[in-house]
Design a protein around this ligand. Structure first.
Ligand SMILES: [Zn+2]
Ligand SMILES: [Zn+2]
Length: 455
């Protein structure tokens, strides 16, 4: 009986407007629909309206309330003193006289058929973690998956995701960085080919339909409210998530009140380790080989040498070795200035060496070219410390003693090496101007994982 009622309700497909707005909180003036359509849905009570900035001077979208971020101005639109939110300004200005709208009257979710196509096998450790995540989700409890780089953490999420889809739930996979989102998206889509999956990041192309899975940067979650039955936060310790408390607020606002969060990280913060009671730990890689252990090599006065338009000798030797062996490589440098200074010098070693930094619009293409062998090596910043997998890649950190490379960054960089089962080993060299604590800490941690992962 119950089933038939639900079927009856399901006969009405969601309108495009409802598909778009369900779970979202959106600037009324930026709605990609005809104004009359939006107006009549508001009049019918299907769409709710909230003030952009509340009476208490809080931004309704990003929940910012600090007086340094909620700024008063003489507003031409409402002809009075208005407040706007500087914090989420990039997503379109929210001010006292703008309106944010949401779908006030959500329909029961349409139960669309999903398929789960995956022939891979989980290792025992992955399987255990996968079962544990499923168990936590089934009782709405948050969970931490603490898994080393290359443990295969994405794969272990497939079975819990499949279960959630089967239940008709809406799931978000959020990551602080666009690169990670772009890496995850094709993998999730390949496994769930019939599901509507949206990929959202700054400047992403428009998507249509009601997404059962949303893969998004944590920033994009400002635009959701009460939307998800579970949120998976990948790389929960990465910048900017770990540095911007409002992103954590965005995750909490985007999920339904009772919904759990699954945190996934190779380098979780002490806080997560302490606060999340349900945890799964995987300290071995999926292919069963140990994590490459960093070598420390001095590179005295490298900044001075670069400023004389020279590459320090032992670094030249390392790069030439990679070129001779035709191994793709990554050289991590502490600053963009140093990348700019060094790139012409490296191009003299090989014209096919490129640079990749945070604001590089060709970032994605260059990583792809490195994978395909069209580029021999890449000079980069910490922007590529996560999310990328290139078979047989070798890595060097120049200035591993500099503060920008904290132990988590160093562990992540080392984690780029030896990921594929065809090339499970590889070199990771920390070039330094004096060994510092974070280098020791990273190496000690990796040795610990190798010991624990093989018990
Ligand atoms: Zn805001
Ligand atoms: Zn105004």
């Amino acid at each position: 009986m119950k089933k038939r009622i639900r079927n009856h309700e399901r006969k009405m497909p969601l309108t495009e407007l409802e598909q778009f707005l369900t779970g979202r909180i959106w600037l009324r003036e930026f709605m990609p629909f005809a104004q009359e359509e939006v107006d009549s849905a508001i009049a019918a009570g299907k769409i709710g309206v909230k003030k952009g900035i509340t009476e208490n001077k809080e931004c309704t979208r990003c929940l910012e309330r600090s007086p340094q971020k909620i700024i008063s101005f003489n507003c031409a639109k409402c002809q009075s003193v208005c407040y706007y939110c500087r914090h989420c300004l990039k997503m379109g200005r929210v001010s006292s006289c703008t309106e944010l709208i949401y779908w006030a009257d959500p329909s029961p979710k349409p139960k669309t058929p999903h398929s789960f196509i995956w022939n891979g096998l989980l290792t025992n450790a992955q399987q255990r973690a996968s079962d544990e995540v499923l168990e936590s989700l089934s009782c709405n409890q948050s969970h931490l998956v603490y898994a080393v780089c290359g443990a295969g953490k994405t794969e272990l999420l497939f079975p819990p995701l499949a279960k959630a889809l089967e239940k008709g739930q809406r799931i978000c996979i959020a990551a602080p960085r666009t690169d990670v989102v772009l890496e995850l998206s094709p993998r999730i889509k390949a496994v769930f080919p019939d599901s509507v999956i949206h990929t959202l990041y700054g400047g992403s192309p428009a998507e249509t339909g009601f997404a059962q899975i949303v893969i998004a940067t944590t920033h994009q979650l400002y635009r959701f409210e009460n939307a998800f039955d579970a949120i998976i936060v990948d790389e929960a310790d990465a910048f900017p998530y770990s540095f911007d408390p409002s992103l954590e607020g965005a995750v909490i606002k985007a999920k339904k009140r009772e919904s759990p969060i699954v945190y996934v990280s190779a380098t979780p913060s002490d806080r997560l380790l302490k606060e999340i009671p349900n945890q799964s730990k995987i300290f071995g890689r999926f292919h069963g080989h140990p994590l490459p252990v960093p070598q420390f090599r001095p590179l005295w006065n490298y900044r001075k040498i670069f400023s004389k338009n020279k590459i320090p000798k032992s670094l030249t030797r390392w790069v030439n070795d990679r070129l001779a062996k035709k191994e793709p490589f990554l050289v991590f440098l502490p600053t963009v200035e140093l990348i700019e200074q060094a790139i012409p010098l490296f191009k003299k070693l090989d014209a096919r060496i490129e640079k990749v930094h945070a604001s590089d619009p060709e970032r994605k293409e260059k990583v792809l070219k490195l994978r395909e062998g069209k580029i021999s090596g890449v000079l980069t910043s910490t922007i590529l410390e996560r999310g990328i997998t290139i078979p047989n890649v070798q890595a060097a950190v120049v200035g591993a003693d500099e503060a920008v490379f904290d132990s988590a960054a160093l562990i992540q960089i080392a984690g780029r090496v030896g990921r594929s089962s065809d090339f499970p080993a590889g070199e990771i060299v920390f070039f330094h101007n004096g060994i510092v604590r974070q280098m020791d800490k990273a190496k000690r941690q990796i040795l610990f994982y190798n010991k624990e992962g093989f018990r």
